[in-house]
Write a new protein. Structure first.
Lengths: 116, 110
């Protein structure tokens, strides 16, 4: 069964350093999402792509976070500089249509970021 | 998207049915009810969704009340591997973000 791939699985970085996460969605999925999940809470959307275009980045802290999906396939999320409060799980998801005009989102295993 | 209310935690004995409630009293006519679950240290996993009618698939059943203000996810024979946080989400059935709450931590006990 096809899966969403993410790397690295774990990342420890010092504050003020740059960090990047990579996501490869399921083949053929045009929509890609990046979510952030703080411990004890549900995931929160950071950015949504349709092909290579951003359709929602209203919750992305644009002073330090950036995301790109240059060829409409894989995607990179970057943080520069990292802050202590960025410690969280970063989840990537891609979506496929299911019945009734709705969509199912498939999530990757996530990248656990610890900022020290 | 309408907000949902779920119990913080629930317990269930292995082999018994697990019934997870969700209140969504402000749901709109065009909003679907979705259920996802998240096993510890993994990404969320889609379970089931519905609009008005009850739905069943290989994982679970979804019962939606006639007024659509609440729903129940049923795992008919819970196993230890069903221990997870279960999220009830309501949203328009389109290619759109999921707005997660804190969900219900279901613990299946041997």
């Amino acid at each position: 069964e096809a899966e969403v791939a993410q790397s690295p699985r774990y990342k420890i970085t010092e504050k003020s350093q740059a960090v990047a996460f990579w996501c490869d969605p399921i083949s053929g999925h045009a929509t890609l999402y990046w979510y952030r999940q703080i411990l004890g809470q549900g995931p929160e959307l950071l950015v949504q792509f349709q092909d290579e275009s951003v359709v929602d980045d209203s919750q992305l802290p644009k002073d330090r976070f950036s995301a790109e999906r240059l060829k409409g396939v894989d995607s990179t999320l970057k943080i520069q500089p990292a802050e202590l409060g960025d410690s969280a799980m970063y989840l990537c998801a891609s979506s496929s249509p299911i019945r009734g005009g709705s969509y199912e989102q498939y999530f990757g295993p996530g990248t656990r970021l610890t900022v020290t | 998207d309408a907000k949902t209310t779920q119990p913080t935690s629930m317990d269930c004995a292995e082999g018994r049915a697990a019934n997870l409630p969700c209140n969504h009293s402000t749901i709109s006519g065009n909003e679907y009810v979705y259920w996802y679950r998240q096993i510890h240290s993994q990404g969320p996993q889609y379970i089931i969704h519905g609009l008005k009618n009850n739905e069943t698939n290989e994982m679970a059943s979804l019962i939606i009340t006639e007024d659509r203000k609440s729903s129940t996810l049923i795992l008919p024979h819970a196993t230890l591997r069903d221990t997870a946080v279960y999220y009830c989400i309501v949203r328009v059935g389109s290619n759109y973000k999921l707005t997660f709450g804190k969900g219900t931590l279901l613990t299946v006990n041997p």
